[in-house]
Design a binder for this molecule. Sequence first.
Ligand code: TMP
Length: 197
Amino acid sequence: MSLVALEGIDKSGKATQAKMLKEWLSTNGFPVEIIAFPDYSTPIGREIKAFLTEKISFNVEVRQLLYAANRWENKEKIEGMLKEGKIVIADRYIPSGLAYGYANGLPLDWMLCLERGLPEPDIVIVIDISPQTSIKRLSCGKDRYEKDVTFLSKVRSSYLYLAKKFNWFIVEGERSALEIFEDIKNILFTNLKLLTD
Ligand code: TMP
């Protein structure tokens, strides 16, 4: 049915909101699935994990190709869920590729080519927090991006720039989970047609 992407820099609350949204939609009679990217369970996902934990090194182009390939590994799975009439909530999806890649200086048109042909998200919601909040919320197990406040600032700016360009929704993420969820519900409610088409 519909693909909703929840986006934002690390620790913006995407996983929490995905869970709340799943519960709310299920209670309202919609079949829902959550899918999270990167999907570390696949062969390419394991390469991504190795890069994030600094066991292996790739240049930015290769990293971008791996993130995109990791979505392609899940193409049939996502298409299958949509065909079954489910609402698919993606905890990161193509917009993460674009925002992080853009922050790494990669050309947008090249990145868009890599994603062309994947199921497109119907609604993209960016949960916006400051890099300082992101760092504060991180306790341990930081990956190589999460350690870098300057990079997180660039990613945040990329999200805000791309949101304007591609009509993504932005919600203020420095509030309680419930307050954020109210905004997300409102966005979905006003775009319910997208969900039920
Ligand atoms: P995670 O912490 O949400 O598991 O994501 C791991 C890192 O990968 C995070 O810093 C964001 C980054 N990332 C990209 O750079 N491009 C992508 O396409 C995706 C899905 C994630």
